[in-house]
Design a binder for this molecule. Structure first.
Ligand SMILES: Nc1nc2c(c(=O)[nH]1)N[C@H]1C(S)=C(S)[C@@H](COP(=O)(O)OP(=O)(O)OC[C@H]3O[C@@H](n4cnc5c(N)ncnc54)[C@H](O)[C@@H]3O)O[C@H]1N2
Ligand code: MOO
Length: 348
């Protein structure tokens, strides 16, 4: 490369050339990649940006982060710089309701624009990570995300990546889009649903103890943009619970939630009452802790939950996994429930 001192060392990567230049000789040269500083507990980030022209005042700063030599790149037309590779991969993967960030140290983030449910095609993520030299890290499918939350990040591992790796990513992502009509990484918004909430328990109905379930369930719905339209109370009486469920159905609510009485005591009437009301039960019992005693089904097409005691006090239960699916408009089937067991031990 013109202007380089003659004693530099060079490495061939693919068809490109990576040349090492001593920091002292680098004044006036253009940095080939971002340079990271890490001060534990204080700072981790970019000290110098790719493209920065080195000036003499930079030399002590570069030495402080352990740089004796810098890279200068002669990029072959068949290769890509790490930032460009990461950017192209992110552009291929991100879809509706997502935003792609700026390249940063060879990494590009795909973030959510909205509150919604993440759609992450696991098979695409795995296939891409099998290619080598590039990496894609994502959150899990069906994660609830808020505006600005990260969904995935692409990264080139070496500084120079053969373009065919990125083309392979583009083709995997393109095939997925063709087959599914949606990008491999996307976010679906939640619908506003109005729920009827029936709180069972003779101790609450009689006023012996204050209701704690109502506020907890309302907060969980409201956090995702929905609401409890009406809350009613029932003692541990199967017949009364059935009537109350039918009342909610007649009100036309989008979802019915019945709390308490979900376990094995003689006074636990809720699962039987939900069945008696005419529910097609998808599952009573959910392989996740907390929330194992949850019941889920559909009654005349309306999703209905039987919520066990833990939903009242635990922030992340089987209800918190299934509720976002319902709010996103998914029909929950038995296999969805079966799949919750693997990785479903949280705390209990
Ligand atoms: N032998 C077994 N015991 C338990 C099992 C089991 O499988 N075998 N399951 C456990 C799990 S998991 C859960 S969760 C709990 C209870 O679930 P329930 O839905 O039956 O809850 P309740 O018995 O109705 O109430 C438990 C507890 O919470 C109080 N509560 C209920 N509703 C309200 C409310 N609206 N406001 C305030 N407090 C409320 C209630 O008074 C009880 O103290 O069962 C485990 N046991
Ligand atoms: O159903 Mo309990 O609901 O696992 O803590």
């Amino acid at each position: 490369m013109p202007g380089l001192p003659s004693d530099h060392r060079s490495t061939v990567i693919g068809s490109s050339l990576l040349k090492e230049v001593m920091v002292e000789d680098a004044v006036g040269m253009v940095l080939a990649h971002d340079l990271t500083q890490i001060v534990p507990g204080e700072f981790k980030g970019r000290l110098f940006r790719k493209g920065h022209v080195v000036v003499s005042e930079d030399i002590p700063k570069l030495k402080d982060i352990g740089k004796e030599n810098l890279y200068v790149i002669e990029l072959a037309p068949t290769d890509l710089h790490e930032d460009d590779a990461a950017l192209r991969m992110a552009a291929a993967l991100g879809g509706v309701n997502t935003t792609i960030g700026e390249p940063h140290e060879g990494k590009v983030s795909i973030k959510s624009d909205i509150l919604g449910i993440a759609g992450i095609a696991r098979e695409v993520v795995d296939e891409i990570n099998r290619l080598g030299e590039i990496a894609l890290a994502s959150v899990t499918n069906h994660r609830v995300v808020f505006p600005g939350d990260g969904l995935a990040a692409t990264r080139a591992i070496p500084l120079i990546v053969p373009e065919h790796k990125v083309q392979a990513v583009e083709s995997i992502a393109g095939d997925y889009r063709k087959r599914h009509g949606i990008a491999p990484i996307s976010v679906r918004p939640f619908r506003l649903m109005k729920a009827g909430l029936l709180t069972t328990g003779s101790e609450v109905f009689s006023g012996r103890i204050a209701d704690k379930f109502g506020p907890a369930v309302k907060a969980k719905l409201e956090a995702l943009g929905s609401e409890v339209a009406e809350q009613r109370f029932a003692p541990d009486d199967r017949h009364i619970i059935v009537n109350e469920i039918h009342y909610f159905l007649n009100q036309g609510y989008d979802m019915i939630l019945v709390t308490g009485g979900m376990s094995v005591d003689p006074d636990d009437r809720t699962p039987g009452a939900i069945a008696d009301a005419g529910t097609d039960i998808v599952s009573y019992g959910t392989p996740m802790l907390p929330g194992s005693m949850l019941l889920f089904g559909y009654i005349r097409g309306v999703p209905i939950f039987g919520l066990p005691g833990c939903v009242m006090h635990d922030p992340y239960t089987s209800f918190d996994v299934l509720l976002p699916r319902i709010l996103a408009g998914d029909t929950v089937v038995k296999e969805d429930i079966v799949g919750m067991g693997y990785g479903g031990l949280h705390r209990c």
